[in-house]
Design a protein around this ligand. Structure first.
Ligand code: CP
Ligand code: NVA
Length: 313
């Protein structure tokens, strides 16, 4: 596999390898400090980012490479240069490209025309690098055997909901997305992708509109912001009303298993999708999860640039 364009392109073996190496980078950040010596990694973002940008920059630095951060308006792309031409220029100067933008098809096209590895650092549809950090945190908490456990995402059926279902399917887990019905449910395509993978991996994929039953006996409750980057402000009031039953409260947490944890990709809005008492409470693992954004991106860069991931396509 040359790129990581979509979560669905990872195999379970790829994920296990990435998490094993990330755990080593957590313990010893500079263990491969020359892996990207004399190499450059472009980090191109047309949306804001705190964690992914810092994690990517520090990951490249820990591997001995030079990160080059570019904002959307920095490139000639905004003035009509094609994605194909831009991809070829990136390939001439750099050894990998990490990209965050709106359309998944733009990231797919960069991957197609670039000869260097291209990593999806969030699109409107998917957030694969976040799921690597999430699953390392899950593995650290519960171990590798996920049988009998339920992993529940609650809230907007957005990019995070899609990636949650698809990565859970790859990992053979029982994953649930509890979202409103209609336009804030996960896309039919993401659900179909997760179910196809689950048919082979033995995972269970559940999409529901009932937050209370979803939370019952869950090992993880996960949520994300209700207004994603690029969501129309004109829909905000209606959306917040529809999402209110999916907020993670102490009452909802009390329905989960005794050893359950709370997860959030961040940024968070306390008092909206999660109450402060939950996100800042004893079951929250958000800081460990955020820490693993660096360890997992470091691992991903390490293995992708060495051509060591198999991929499912
Ligand atoms: N979780 C995450 O992707 O955070 P940023 O948007 O700050 O990168
Ligand atoms: N769903 C959010 C995730 C942020 C990490 C967004 O796309 O803005």
């Amino acid at each position: 596999m040359k790129d990581l364009l979509r979560t669905e392109h990872l195999t379970r073996d790829d994920v296990e390898l990435l998490l094993d190496t990330a755990a080593q980078f957590a313990a010893e950040p500079l263990r491969s400090k020359d892996a990207l010596a004399h190499k450059s990694v472009a980090i191109y973002m047309t949306k804001p980012s705190t964690r992914t940008r810092l994690a990517s920059q520090t990951a490249v630095a820990h591997l001995g490479g030079s990160p080059i951060v570019l904002r959307g308006e920095d490139l000639q792309l905004g003035r009509g240069e094609s994605i194909a031409d831009t991809a070829k220029i990136f390939s001439g100067y750099c050894d990998a490209l990490i990209v965050r933008t709106f359309a998944q098809s733009d990231v797919d096209e960069l991957g197609k025309y670039a000869s260097i590895p291209v990593i999806n650092a969030l699109t409107d549809d998917d957030h694969p690098t976040q799921l690597l950090a999430d699953w390392l945190t899950i593995r650290e908490t519960f171990g590798k055997d996920v049988s009998g456990r339920k992993f529940v995402y609650l809230g907007d059926g957005n990019n995070m909901a899609h990636s949650w279902l698809i990565m859970g399917a790859i990992m053979g887990a029982h994953v649930v997305a509890a979202t409103p019905e209609g336009k804030w449910a996960p896309s039919a395509q993401a659900i179909a992708t997760a179910k196809n993978i689950a048919a082979k991996s033995g995972a269970t994929i559940e999409v529901t509109h009932d937050a209370q039953s979803a939370a019952k006996d869950a090992s993880v409750l996960y949520t994300d912001v209700w207004m994603s980057m690029g969501d129309p402000e004109s829909e905000k009031a209606e959306k917040i009303r529809a999402l209110a039953p999916f907020a993670i409260t102490d009452e909802l947490m009390s329905k989960t298993s005794k050893d359950s944890i709370f997860m959030h990709c961040l940024p968070a809005h306390r008092g909206e999708e999660v109450m402060a008492s939950v996100i800042d409470g004893p079951k929250s693992v958000i800081w460990r999860e955020a820490f693993h954004r660096r360890t997992t991106i470091q691992s991903l860069l390490f293995h992708l640039t060495r051509g060591e991931l198999k991929g499912s396509i």
